[in-house]
Design a protein around this ligand. Structure first.
Ligand code: CO
Length: 460
């Protein structure tokens, strides 16, 4: 039977409300949606870990526990960026292990894992941990979804995806393969081909397609007809634009085609009404007030909308806004030279920044640090061979560069460095290892508040 995933409080608010939604509001939505009949709700991971810490002075672990308390019928899912977990760099193995185990203990049932380069080597360790999670915590054990990053390039052919999926299935035996179309460039035709190809390999398929180009609702419908098992949707108030297709019309459309996902629409209407009110509180961040409902540039340049606005901001800072078209073309050139990496975090930032530098100061006159690290293979295996000349230059630069001692913190570092007065629970060490600066600031304030409360005065 075809089923639906709800992404409202993770990807929905991350796409349209700059990940600013507070836990109290999230609880109001998920407690209603628990009765809708969704296969799962994606409620954690991605940017929803560091944004609460950074901007909302909220503990992401407390949020997860609060959600788990009110969601008793529906599975909870999180998005995990492979070895980058919920951050932007590769973390040490002890941090990866502790993070995944605690996420599971605190309520995550499904881990959706991806690597920006679709490099299985980057997925081996986190998946090993996911597969070894104790069934004693939850009687079913955790489920594994591997998301393959969808991109368009001369190497990202159906054959490339077939090989990638074969590799993932034989190495990791996932419960689902998710087609992750973060840019919203997956056509209905390609979706049909991919879904059929993945189904042939005997694994369940989930489709995740952002609405950026306007194609996603059509893409999901065709994917469903081709045999997809699971589709990602959000409640209508946070749908479309750079988010996802709306749940309510999707349910209706699927039912009309004999593919009833058996969702209680009354529950959706109730939740959407509540969400309308909540959304109004965040209007300062509301992308749907500024962005385009259909961003046709995505089809034109195949560059995600979020990335174009970042490039434009960079160019504005450099007083070179008129160079945008040139930079967009240079992006394709840089992608080719770097072996066509998909334009998803962190590759979208690396490729974009190098393209800006190329246009402003001459092609590859300056190689950015991140570009050098990428060329040295530090981000994983590029989808296609990289430009040999650039690789040679990167190797030379690495030989001559002073050795950097700045590695990511291990859990042991965290246990040694973090003052005991700040620690309330074991998870605090993980938070500190992931985002030392933000965590410290957060813990300091939490501690001050606790003290002030204890003495009954606000003399801080
Ligand atoms: Co997404």
């Amino acid at each position: 039977m075809l089923m639906l995933n709800d992404l409202t409080v993770r990807d929905g608010q991350q796409s349209l409300l700059a990940t600013r939604m507070r836990t109290g509001d999230i609880i109001k939505i998920v407690s209603i949606l628990d009765n809708a009949g969704y296969y799962a709700m994606e409620v954690w991971g991605g940017a929803t870990f560091d944004a609460p810490l950074r901007y909302l002075k909220e503990d992401p672990w407390d949020r997860l526990r609060a959600i788990r308390e009110v969601v008793t019928k529906t599975k909870l899912m999180m998005l995990l960026r492979g070895k980058n977990l919920v951050g932007y760099r590769h973390y040490p193995e002890d941090v990866i292990t502790a993070f995944i185990e605690k996420a599971y203990e605190n309520g995550i049932d499904i881990f959706r894992v991806f690597d920006a380069l679709n490099d299985p080597n980057n997925l081996v360790y986190p998946i090993k941990v996911i597969k070894s999670l104790s069934k004693a915590v939850r009687n079913s054990g955790a489920l594994l979804q591997i998301a393959i990053v969808y991109s368009i390039s001369p190497v990202h052919t159906i054959e490339y995806y077939e090989k990638t999926v074969e590799e993932f299935v034989s190495l990791f035996e996932p419960d689902f393969i998710t087609i992750k179309d973060m840019a919203g460039i997956l056509t209905p035709g390609m979706a049909v081909e991919l879904v059929k190809m993945i189904k042939k390999q005997g694994v369940k398929v989930n489709v995740h397609s952002h609405a950026t180009s306007g194609m996603a609702p059509m893409t999901l419908i065709k994917a469903a007809e081709a045999g997809a098992d699971l589709l990602d949707v959000v409640l209508s108030p946070l749908s479309h634009f750079s988010s996802h297709p709306a749940a309510e019309p999707m349910v209706e459309a699927l039912r009309s085609l004999g593919l009833d996902p058996e969702i209680n629409e009354k529950v959706l209407y109730r939740a959407s009404k509540v969400l309308e009110g909540i959304k109004a509180k965040y209007s300062k961040y509301d992308y749907s007030k500024r962005g385009k409902v259909v961003d046709i540039n995505v089809l034109n340049h195949q560059i995600p909308g979020g990335m174009i606005s970042n490039l434009l901001a960079q160019l504005r800072d450099l007083k070179a806004e008129d160079k945008l078209e040139e930079v967009l073309e240079e992006v394709q050139r840089v992608r080719k030279d770097l072996g066509w990496p998909p334009l998803v975090t962190p590759m979208s930032q690396i490729v974009g920044s190098q393209a800006v530098v190329n246009v402003l100061s001459g092609r590859y006159k300056i190689l950015l640090n991140e570009t050098v690290n990428y060329l040295l293979g530090k981000y994983g295996r590029p989808p296609a061979p990289v430009n040999e000349e650039l690789k040679r230059r990167a190797e030379e630069m690495a030989r001559n560069a002073p050795k950097e001692a700045m590695g990511a913190k291990t859990l042991e570092d965290a246990r040694r460095e973090l003052s005991k007065v700040y620690v309330e629970k074991d998870e605090d060490y993980i938070t500190y290892a992931l985002f030392p600066e933000q965590a410290l600031k957060f813990f300091e304030e939490r501690y001050k508040k606790k003290l002030a409360k204890a003495v009954g005065l606000g003399w801080f």
